[in-house]
Design a binder for this molecule. Structure first.
Ligand SMILES: Cc1cc2nc3c(=O)[nH]c(=O)nc-3n(C[C@H](O)[C@H](O)[C@H](O)COP(=O)(O)OP(=O)(O)OC[C@H]3O[C@@H](n4cnc5c(N)ncnc54)[C@H](O)[C@@H]3O)c2cc1C
Length: 418
């Protein structure tokens, strides 16, 4: 039976959920705090898991056409020592990542939701909800109530206030390190297309170059440039001046000069701060969380948007297959548990090796990571981890469960790299 569903938050998870649930015949209304929904941030990477979910919506080809297919991830120290060099192709000829400008992914999902005619309520910040017999109402920050709805989906991200009354946080720890991100044009002759490249000095410096393809209305090939930074040092970074920072980046990584020289104002580098958050369980009566509202991690493994897309696909399948809302939400929580727990733990475990002040972590990383790269089993596990496929230390999933084009076995997509 079609349900009346409210989704708070028109981010990646909220938009994807609106697209899935509207296709299933439900009556969806989207609430967004901004007057016009918009993406925040610079670039991100979609993994085969997230791409398979986009494929269920018929949107993966548009994403591939506009993004940058990533075949390899490369990390090295400032002295040029290779820390990792992993190729998606290690686990299957058709496995690849897709780097995108956030605005591009957002535009693809938003365009789909507009085409489907999903009603949107902009400029409405949702603060809470309340149960009214067997329905749920949303309450905005002006005290206005919206609804009633059969189900409320919280897609308002890691700082959700909506979930507070119904769900309890299991942990909530701000990450000491964040990163500043900017988008620049790919310089002519850049030899590392199709690769995410990072350079480290200890664990306190990480510079990244991620080709992201095209942004809406921009013909240039673009690149996301990021620089790891302690959140508490952001004001000092601005104060020290852009030129000092540029000189430092170029000193540590001369090849980054044509990227960093394009930055003309500190405002072109946006600070992203992260937190490790998780819920005891991601649902309550007629309310459920997805994406960052359900859990958030440091983006070291680049999984957050993928997890949000999988959440949306799984939730819609549970509502389709289960007899009632309560059973569907409980099933959704069970189905998402192992996968999201693995990435929460793996991100927490890995982040200090790339973003911390620890000298011993740097030493250990520089000694052990290159060795791990020589063991084929461990290399494959590294790729599976990056590809968003791990569900436990010795288990993994196949993205083919969401769409046959992304099944590990089978013919390759025509538009992926050779
Ligand atoms: C620097 C950085 C790099 C990242 N890189 C990657 C990557 O490479 N790959 C990857 O998969 N993930 C990456 N992530 C993580 C990814 O961006 C998030 O996990 C993903 O955006 C979560 O989607 P979401 O829909 O849950 O939340 P969001 O995208 O945060 O969307 C939340 C939406 O809710 C709206 N909202 C918030 N509060 C309210 C309210 N009270 N009422 C109404 N609306 C509200 C917001 O305006 C927004 O539109 C990265 C994150 C960061 C910070």
């Amino acid at each position: 039976m079609p349900l009346h569903i409210a989704i708070a938050g028109a981010g990646i998870g909220g938009l994807a959920a609106a697209a899935f649930l509207t296709r299933d015949g439900h009556h969806v209304t989207l609430f967004e705090r901004f007057a016009a929904p918009r993406p925040l941030g610079a670039g991100l990477m979609l993994q085969p898991t997230g791409l398979a979910c986009l494929a269920q919506l018929g949107l993966d080809r548009a994403a591939i056409a506009q993004g940058e297919v990533i075949a390899r991830l490369w990390g090295e120290t400032v002295s040029g020592k290779r820390i990792f060099d992993v190729a998606y192709g290690e686990i299957g000829p058709k496995v690849f990542g897709l780097a995108m400008h956030r605005a591009t992914l957002f535009g693809i999902l938003y365009g789909d939701v507009v085409r489907l005619g999903v009603p949107m309520v902009p400029a409405t910040e949702i603060a809470a909800s309340r149960l009214d017999v067997d329905k749920r109402l949303l309450i905005d920050t002006n005290g206005r109530e919206h609804g009633p709805f059969d189900l409320v989906i919280d897609g308002t991200g890691m700082r959700s206030t909506l979930r507070r009354s119904e769900m309890r946080l299991a942990y909530d720890a701000p990450c000491r390190y964040g990163a500043i991100w900017g988008i620049v044009a790919e310089p002519a002759g850049w030899p590392h297309r199709g690769e995410l490249r990072q350079r480290y000095d200890g664990c306190h410096v990480m510079i990244g170059i991620l080709p992201v393809g095209h942004a809406p209305g921009d013909e240039r090939r673009l690149t996301a440039l990021f620089w790891s930074l302690r959140v508490a040092d952001y004001a000092a970074w601005r104060e020290a001046g852009l030129e000092a920072w540029k000189a430092r980046v170029i000193g540590l990584w001369p090849a980054a000069a044509p990227f960093v020289e394009q930055i003309k104002s500190p405002d072109e580098m946006t600070l992203a701060a992260y937190a490790d958050t998780g819920l005891r369980q991601p649902y309550g009566e007629r309310i459920v969380c997805l994406g960052d509202a359900a859990r958030s991690t440091s983006p070291q493994l680049g999984q957050g948007a993928n997890l949000a897309l999988i959440d949306a696909a799984t939730l819609s399948a549970c509502l389709r297959e289960q007899a009632d809302v309560a059973t569907a939400l409980a099933t959704y929580a069970i189905q998402r548990r192992a996968h999201t727990r693995f990435y929460a733990i793996a991100s927490r475990w890995l982040t200090p090796f790339f973003q911390s002040d620890s000298r011993s972590a740097a030493l250990l990383r520089d000694l052990t990571f290159p060795l791990m790269g020589h063991v084929p089993y461990l290399r494959r596990e590294m790729v599976r981890t990056l590809s968003g496929m791990k569900t436990g230390l010795f288990s993994h999933l196949d993205p083919g469960q969401w769409h046959p084009d992304y099944a590990l076995a089978g013919p390759a997509l025509s538009s992926q790299p050779a």
